[in-house]
Design a protein around this ligand. Structure first.
Ligand SMILES: Cc1cc2nc3c(=O)[nH]c(=O)nc-3n(C[C@@H](O)[C@@H](O)[C@H](O)COP(=O)(O)OP(=O)(O)OC[C@H]3O[C@@H](n4cnc5c(N)ncnc54)[C@H](O)[C@@H]3O)c2cc1C
Length: 297
């Protein structure tokens, strides 16, 4: 399908210029990063902005900045950039695995993580990792900067805490303070370019702190707080695992849609949760496990 909607195209080269344009154009403008959502939405008439601001030339938004206790992911960072980083693979495995779960190489070469969280489609793959690591979203506008905890970012399907004149400059991901292990498990209908029927991120720390987050099984991606509370400070045995699995259905609110039924999503989330916990424990003990095959994909 071709683009039938007319719009002004802007291609600023600095942050200042972008912020001014956003102030001037307000809600009429859409920011363009990789375009893997925006262009599809314009072609499908789901969005019809009168102006498109392409941020690809804004040098301040470039790349990854890896510090000893945190990682900064600039707005132009693609999923391929994340996958290419051995530091991320070694230190933020859950994030790395969620990047690997996105679509195909072609999409990952263009799609940015920031674009992913700005689109806020309920099945997005990057959210569970960001929720588990307690990431912070950084925005800038003419009126100033804001740091928004990722837990407060997702408001409703395709709706975030971002104001119309705000640009997201990047996301900070703190490094867990303890030895940790994590995994991301995605169920799709087939390998390649399929959105999640269900997605789950788990991060466990040596001090027995558990972080669990689901995607594609509710209006927004969420942390499973009841399960986290139940597991906190405890070694997992069969009894505790059974109790935790029983809570899965209380944490999620899946629907039946083109990709899956509500009942199947509920069932598979329990399966993913059990297998994910086992993988995290095995990884904590130094074993190398590839989660791509965990659901037999
Ligand atoms: C075939 C296909 C398969 C896909 N498969 C998956 C998948 O498996 N998993 C998954 O999670 N996603 C998937 N996606 C969606 C994924 O590609 C996007 O969500 C992508 O990450 C968005 O990033 P982008 O850079 O392309 O953003 P764009 O499309 O350029 O922008 C997306 C939205 O974010 C806004 N935006 C972008 N950058 C900023 C910024 N810096 N500040 C404020 N707003 C901004 C834009 O205005 C727009 O509203 C798929 C898409 C396609 C086309």
């Amino acid at each position: 399908m071709s683009i039938t909607n007319d719009f002004e195209y802007y291609c600023p080269s600095s942050l200042d210029e972008t912020v001014k344009l956003l102030e001037q154009l307000g809600e009429q403008a859409a920011l363009l990063a990789g375009g893997t959502d925006l262009i599809v939405n314009i072609k499908d008439d789901l969005e019809s902005p009168s102006a498109v601001i392409d941020i690809k030339r804004v040098s301040e938004l470039r790349g990854l900045d890896i510090d000893k206790d945190k990682l900064f992911i600039g707005a132009k960072t693609t999923f391929t950039d994340i996958l290419d980083s051995s530091v991320i693979k070694d230190n933020y495995l859950l994030l790395w695995e969620s990047a690997r779960a996105v679509a195909s190489v072609g999409i990952r070469n263009r799609a940015t993580l920031v674009g992913n969280i700005c689109s806020a489609v309920p099945c997005m793959d990057s959210a569970p990792a960001l929720l588990c690591y307690d990431a912070i979203v950084h925005t800038v506008s003419k009126t100033g900067k804001r740091d928004i905890p990722i837990n407060d970012w997702f408001i409703a399907p395709r709706k975030t805490a971002r104001k119309a004149d705000e640009l997201v400059v990047g996301v900070t991901v703190p490094l867990p303070s303890q030895k940790n292990s994590g995994c991301y498990i995605k169920l799709g209908r087939y390998g390649g370019e399929d959105l999640a029927q269900a997605g789950l991120g788990i991060l466990i720390r040596a001090d027995l702190e558990y972080r669990i987050a689901f995607t594609a099984v509710g209006p927004i991606p969420i942390r499973a707080q009841k399960i986290e509370e139940l597991l906190k400070g405890k070694e997992i045995d069969q009894d505790l695992l059974k109790q935790a699995k029983e809570l899965v259905a209380e944490e999620i609110s899946p629907i039946t849609d083109i990709r899956s039924t509500r009942e199947y999503r509920e069932h598979i989330c329990r399966v993913m949760f059990e297998r994910g916990l086992i993988v995290c424990q095995q990884r904590m003990n130094g074993e190398i496990i590839n989660t791509v095959r965990i659901l037999g994909g």
